[in-house]
Design a protein around this ligand. Structure first.
Ligand code: 8YV
Length: 329
């Protein structure tokens, strides 16, 4: 009996090509996805790869009567109805480690681009609209000695803190739980309340998972607390920021700018953001590097093969209580 693995969107095949012969991978041939045919494949799938932007709904899961594993290609798994999957005894996993460094790197890139005014200067050169090149013109700001406030000090937050420290920034953070003192010491990071973080930071960067608790975590009150000279960076999930309120805050100069990789209703980006001179925008590419995608594929393929080979202990399971449920057994 083969384990049927459904990959609804064509991903790099690193690792998948090496799955043992008792695995059969169903992957779209030429087109990007076989979403139309998905319904017909669901009833035979033992495992399924899920990808951000393609929701795995209760309706889909209920059609997949043999499904035992949903292996998410990404660290954030808000695209999967985990609660329903759990009720059906289905294990859900994610890919924490492969996305950590590239996402922290993009965050740093957005911060640098904002600080050094890269987009405006680049466009100014192309459009020949820059003022005369002299020592008084085309000035920007320095990251060195500025305060970075990290909201969510998990793996990505910590990878950013490491980078910020190398740039000579002061790091403060807010997290559900305070880190152990030796971890804080490693990054010279100080735990503060969310309010204090917003008040003191020159850059606020968000690294929390999306959930009911983090929906609109940053809204009217939060922008009011921030300095007028501060920037906000978001490489987590768009809905963590109240986008409409952000647009107002930018327009009213309550904050100086924003570096955004994620949006409320992707891939739609409101015109107000596209037209704002105070933003740097990227299309949800935190982990969008050739290296990271290959690593994520390898990671997911390993998860699938370990799961079916009974090595469930070390898997990155996001719904561990499923293992104890009757539905799983
Ligand atoms: C991925 C992400 O691009 O890991 C995440 O949570 O948002 C990104 O790294 C996305 O998940 C791909 O499915």
């Amino acid at each position: 009996m083969k384990h049927i693995v459904l990959m609804p969107i064509k991903l790099p095949l690193n690792g998948f090509n090496d799955l043992p012969s008792d695995f059969e991978l169903l992957v779209p041939d030429s087109s990007n996805s076989f979403s139309d045919e998905l319904d017909s494949y669901l009833p035979i799938a033992d495992a399924m790869v899920s990808v951000f932007g393609n929701k795995v709904t209760e309706e889909m899961i209920s059609k997949a009567s043999k499904l035992k594993l949903i292996a998410n290609y990404g660290v954030g798994y808000d695209n999967v109805d985990v609660e329903y999957a759990t009720s059906q005894g289905i294990v859900v996993t994610n890919t924490p480690s492969p996305v950590t460094e590239p996402t922290a790197e993009l965050t740093m890139t957005l911060m640098l681009a904002l600080a050094r005014n890269i987009v405006k200067l680049h466009n100014g050169i192309l459009e020949n609209s820059l003022p005369e090149w002299n020592v008084r013109n085309n000035l920007s700001t320095t990251l060195h000695k500025k305060t970075l406030g990290i909201i969510g000090m998990g793996a990505i937050g910590q990878a950013l803190a490491r980078r910020a420290k190398a740039f000579g920034m002061r790091v403060i953070y807010h997290n559900r739980t305070q880190l152990e003192s030796h971890v804080e010491a490693k990054y010279e990071a100080t735990y503060v309340t969310k309010e204090e973080l917003l008040r003191k930071s020159d850059y606020v960067s968000i690294h929390v998972p999306f959930s009911q608790e983090t929906y609109h975590l940053i809204g009217k009150e939060e922008f009011k607390l921030m300095k007028n000279s501060a920037y906000i960076i978001n490489t987590s999930r768009g809905k963590v920021i109240h986008e409409k309120v952000l647009i107002k805050a930018l327009k009213n100069k309550e904050i100086a700018g924003a570096g955004l990789d994620v949006f409320s209703n992707e891939p739609v980006i409101p015109d107000e953001l596209k037209n704002s001179p105070y933003v740097v925008l990227t299309p949800h590419v935190g982990s969008g590097t050739h290296e990271a995608r290959a690593e994520m594929s390898q990671y997911v393929a390993d998860v699938i093969s370990n799961f079916f080979n009974g090595h469930q202990n070390d898997l990155p399971i996001v719904n561990p209580k499923v293992l104890k449920s009757d539905a799983f057994l």
